[in-house]
Design a protein. Structure first.
Length: 293
């Protein structure tokens, strides 16, 4: 019974660990592909325009990118005192529910994005992990290539409803990226990352096999011990890989408003991952118990 329970635990841990590792690697490669950076630039443009229209203050700790500040400065030069005064009066009117929802959604997205320094550090760590010196974060798709049309439309918006309509242009730009640039950039880092994942798991399994043969009395020794050590060390290799790849992913910890739990999770992402791993394994084991029962 103990042997069966041990195998179930090892299999559940292997499944959960594999899921965490591949998911975190996928998001790190997605960040490198450039779409999140373009989304951040679009949000900054929208936020800059909302500031000009008088709807709320920028999120604490936030800031505009150089591209967003340049566009905002150009718009400010084109708009005279009369226009700004009219916009201020218009922004004092009550907001419709759809407009208020767009405003809240934009603020939430701005608060949840990683800092530029976090994103740069994560991409540097990703390229170090996959050992691809030919690649560089500077080779990402520049957001400015997709922003001119959006910037002009955002600059012409005078209401939240008009700003909300620019989301369609943003989604169209992202679709163009997905067809043209992103797949190749994503594969360039994801496939080597998966090779590293399999390397970690393979080395752990090989170590477990060697220990099992050594401790079990040779190839004809305790097969259960050999199998358990092989599987256990394989899971340990996957855990070690995920602990390593966490620093490659700028969204691997909760972001948003301050709080004790969120502060600890952001400060100690590896410990936060281990806690999630244990809880997820317990949930999987409990689900298996219910299914088998």
């Amino acid at each position: 019974m103990m042997e069966t329970d041990l195998w179930v635990v090892l299999q559940a841990a292997a499944l959960v660990t594999a899921g965490f590792g591949v998911w975190i690697l996928t998001r790190a490669c997605w960040d490198y592909a450039g779409v999140p950076a373009v989304r951040d630039a679009y949000l900054e443009l929208v936020d800059a325009r909302m500031q000009e229209l008088g709807w709320g203050a920028a999120p604490a700790g936030g800031g505009f990118s150089r591209a967003a500040r340049a566009v905002r400065s150009a718009r400010s030069e084109r708009s005279g005192p009369t226009v700004r005064s009219g916009l201020a009066v218009r922004s004092a009117a009550p907001l419709r529910r759809s407009d208020a929802e767009f405003l809240r959604r934009t603020r939430r997205a701005l608060l949840s994005r990683p800092l530029d320094s976090e994103r740069a550090a994560s991409q540097k760590a990703l390229l170090q992990l996959i050992s691809r010196p030919a690649l560089s974060p500077a080779q990402r798709i520049p957001a400015a290539d997709l922003l001119p049309e959006l910037a002009e439309t955002v600059a012409a918006a005078t209401t939240l409803q008009e700003l909300a309509r620019t989301e369609r242009l943003y989604r169209a730009a992202v679709r163009r990226m997905l067809r043209r640039e992103v797949p190749g950039r994503f594969r360039a880092v994801f496939l080597p990352g998966m090779a590293r994942y399999l390397d970690f798991v393979g080395r752990g399994s090989s170590l477990g096999l060697a220990l099992g043969v050594l401790l079990g009395g040779g190839l004809t020794g305790n097969a259960d011990l050999v199998g358990a050590l092989t599987a256990g060390c394989g899971v340990a290799g996957a855990v070690f890989f995920t602990l390593t790849v966490i620093r490659c992913e700028s969204r691997s910890w909760p972001a948003g408003e301050s709080g004790v739990w969120l502060h600890l999770a952001r400060r100690f992402p590896q410990a936060y991952f281990l806690l999630r791993l244990v809880l997820a394994t317990v949930v999987v084991l409990f689900a298996l118990h219910l299914v088998q029962g």
